[in-house]
Each structure stands twice: as C-alpha cells, then as structure tokens.
Design a protein around this ligand. Structure first.
Ligand code: AMP
Ligand code: MG
Length: 432
C-alpha cells in the first residue's frame, strides 16, 4: 500500500536549508523537514456517520437544507406581533390557538391576538416575538396578559437557517470529525460521508534485551513497553495498526521487517537502535532500504531519531525511527510523528495551543535545545494555572509520563526558570 510519491528526496528538502547539520537539528527544523517531505494519502471511502467519528472528512459538506427549516420559537409561551407591545403598559391578547413542535398553527393572527406556542414550533405567520410562559399574567383559555417591559420585538424567535444555511459549507474537508460534527451531519439529514481511508501504520521494537509479555524476564532484560505506548498513541490517532512485535538486533530479521512494512503500510514506526550504540543494526538496515536521514535533535528527551522513506518491491512507507527510551518514544512521537501522520491522513488540524502556566519549582534548562518535561497542571485557589514537574525526568522513567497531565515545553532559546516564573504547557487531554 504505497503512499503517493514524495515530491522530492530528503536530500532535495535539506539542500534548501542553509544551516542543516544532521548532528545538531533544532526541533523546529526537524518538524519543517518532515512536513516538506510527507505527502497526504488520497483514497476515499464512504461511511455511515456513526462510523465517521475520528475520521478525516474527504470533501466539504455543503448544507442542502436550512437548519432550522423555519423560523421557530425558542421558548414555551405565546407568539405575538411585536407591534402590539407597548413600552409602558400591560397588554391583553386573545389566544387564537396552539402551535406545537411538529404541528404548526395554520390560521391568521391579527393585531390584538396571539398563539400559544411550544419550543421548536413554527412561528405563526405575522408573529415575530415570543413571550415566555412564566412572564405572563391572568392566563385563561381565551386570553393572556403580558406585562410591560418583559419582551421586545424579535425576542425568543429562532431564524430559519441560523444554524446552517442552505448552500453554505457546513463542514470543511480535512476536519477530523468529533461528536458535534456527527450531530451536525444528522441535522442536515446526511447519513453517510466520504472520509479518507485509515492510515496503515506498522510498528516494532528493536533490541535483544526486550521480552514480550508472557515471556520470562531473563537477567538483564526488560519487558517491551514501547509497543504498548505506540499501540495506544496510534489507536488514539485513528490509525489502522500493524503490530510487528519485537525484532532482534540482527540484519536479516530487520531487513525482512522493513521490507514487509514498506510493502504493506503507509508508515512504519520503530523504537530503539537509532543511537550510536555499536550493536544497533537498525541504522544500517534503514539506510540500505531507502532515503533515510539520521538526526541528533536538539531536544531532551529524545536526541537520536531517523526519518525518511523505505522502499521494497516498488512500494514505500515513511519511516520514523524513534529512540528506545520509553519517554523519548512518546515525546518524539507526539512532537514529530503525530503531526506527520495527521498530515498524511489529510487532516487539517490547528496546532495544539501552548498555554502559559506558573512553574511551582525552579527548572534547570540549557539554552540551545528544546526540553519536554512532564508536568501536573492544576488551578490554584486564586484561579491561576500552575504546573508541578512529575518527579525524576529521566528518559527511561515512564512513570513521569503516566502521572503527568501535561507537557512543559521549555523552548530552544529558553534558559533556567525560577520558581513562580511562566512556562508554556501543552495539556494532554481535552473534553472532546
Ligand atoms: P536504544 O535506543 O536501542 O539504545 O535503547 C535505549 C534504552 O531504551 C535502553 O535502555 C533500552 O533497553 C530501552 N528500550 C529500548 N526499546 C525498548 C522498549 N521497546 N521497551 C522498553 N525499553 C526499551
Ligand atoms: Mg537497542
């Protein structure tokens, strides 16, 4: 399942950059190169709207109807002619009938008359205002009294098309559909929508020391945790995932795994084996199979990373060779792979907002690299957003990530932060 051909080789992309040094790549430059090199897939399928949650809309959706279809009441009360209202005295109107949601009042309403109306009912012809039930006085079946000053002309009336107007774009191509969008599509009477096919992403872990769950943990070995965090992160992103397991640090197994990924998926994400470590064959294999750059990125955690495209049997997949340390995997995934995968999916998503928070502790930070510390954000009694760091920040300490609810982003040029100073944070989870 090859992706569409990239417009240029990695060499072409980096040759446009005057200050490119693979051994010292600032975060922003790595993000820029990745973005230049990646092309979106374009393969569309139609799905029922319930299945469209989290999928990327493949075309604009133009409203075929007005929502609401008619002017209607926003309240239970009485529909009246605004010209009957008097600014300084109560008026009494004759009740002509009742308008229900789904059953309109068909008669005429003359001056001095009104119609009992329910929320959502179509406004009777010549009525433009609704007085809520609770403001009325002396109501019987024949007439109702409306005190002065409770409503003015046009109050409590919803306009035809005020939510979605016929012929206007209701949802834009590239939108990743959320619960409100499913409801919005339903309100338009749309049962199916064209979405981009799911991105197919393979991942595997490399390292002779790794054991899979269920295996005994031999001396000096660790359980493979990266495959599980990657499983979670890719699933949340809506990818179709292919878990290729643990691949030993041996050239034959690695080459076979890369070939299979290139032939069957859009992207492959590996962890481990991209550092300078002598036993790591991954680098060598990656280089043999395609157009791959090896970077030392000006960041912490996560310095080593490989990026490019691997080929086999005329097919190709983008490659993200992430570092092995568990926190570094997550940080490099979120700050490099996530955006790239979203771009490949055709998703048009605004940058996640960094928000300023007060750092509760002083933080050591060396200018010249971007640091991603794991934090717990909270709101102080005085209403200020504040952040504490989650203990030890070692790149192997996954607990720091598990306990966190945000990332503290210490920018490239930033230095030490005093306790009480402002830092930028990126919250992990929102409501939607
Ligand atoms: P590497 O990048 O291969 O040199 O690995 C760096 C560190 O991360 C080593 O301590 C590895 O044991 C550890 N590591 C690598 N891959 C994994 C994994 N899949 N799960 C847990 N730890 C890992
Ligand atoms: Mg390794």
């Amino acid at each position: 399942m090859a992706s569409t051909t990239a417009p240029a080789s990695l060499h072409d992309v980096v040759s446009c950059l005057s200050d490119y040094d693979p051994n010292a790549v600032p975060v922003a430059q790595a993000q820029h190169i990745i973005r230049q090199f990646i092309t979106p897939i374009s393969s569309i399928e139609k799905v029922a709207i319930r299945q469209a949650l989290g999928r990327v809309l493949a075309t604009d959706i133009v409203s075929g109807i007005n929502v609401p279809a008619h002017d209607n009441s926003a309240m239970d009360g009485y529909a009246l002619r605004g010209s009957d209202l008097s600014p300084d005295q109560a008026i009494t109107l004759k009740i002509k009938g009742t308008a229900y949601a789904g059953r309109a009042f068909e008669g005429e309403v003359h001056p001095g008359e009104c119609v009992r109306i329910m929320t959502g009912a179509v406004m009777p012809v010549s009525c433009d205002t609704v007085i809520p039930q609770e403001f009325t006085l002396n109501t019987d079946t024949e007439q109702v009294t409306i005190p002065a000053g409770k409503v003015k002309t046009g109050d409590n009336r919803r306009f035809k098309g005020e939510d979605l107007a016929i012929g206007k774009t209701a949802l834009t191509k590239g939108k990743m559909l959320r619960p409100a969008d499913l409801g919005l599509l339903a309100s338009l009477g749309v049962a199916e929508v064209p979405v981009q096919r799911r991105l197919r992403v393979a991942f595997f872990s490399t390292g002779d020391e790794l054991r899979s769950l269920g295996e005994t943990l031999d001396e000096g070995c660790v359980y493979d945790s990266n495959r599980y965090t990657l499983h979670g992160m890719l699933t949340r992103l809506g990818c179709d995932i292919v878990d290729m397991g643990v691949i030993k640090d041996d050239p034959v197994s690695l080459a076979a795994a890369f070939r299979s990924a290139a032939e069957n998926t859009d992207a492959v994400i590996t962890s481990g084996g991209v550092s300078v470590g002598a036993a790591d064959y991954t680098k060598q294999m990656m280089a043999q199979l395609g157009d791959v750059a090896f970077w030392t990125i000006g960041m912490r955690p996560g310095r080593p990373m490989a990026f490019g495209k691997i080929q086999s049997a005329g097919k190709s997949a983008y490659l993200f060779g992430l570092p092995g340390n568990p926190v570094a995997v997550m940080v490099t995934f979120y700050f490099f792979a996530r955006n790239a995968l979203l771009h490949m999916m055709g998703a048009n998503i605004p940058e996640l907002p960094l928000v300023p928070a007060v750092s509760l502790a002083s933080l050591r930070k060396r200018p010249g690299r971007t640091e991603y510390q794991r934090g717990i954000a909270s709101v102080s009694p005085s209403g200020q957003l504040q952040v504490a760091i989650t203990g030890s920040q070692g790149s192997g300490i996954l607990r720091s990530m598990s306990e966190a609810n945000c990332m503290v982003v210490l920018h490239h040029d930033q230095g030490n932060v005093d306790a009480g100073g402002k830092v930028d944070i990126l919250l992990f989870e929102g409501l939607l």
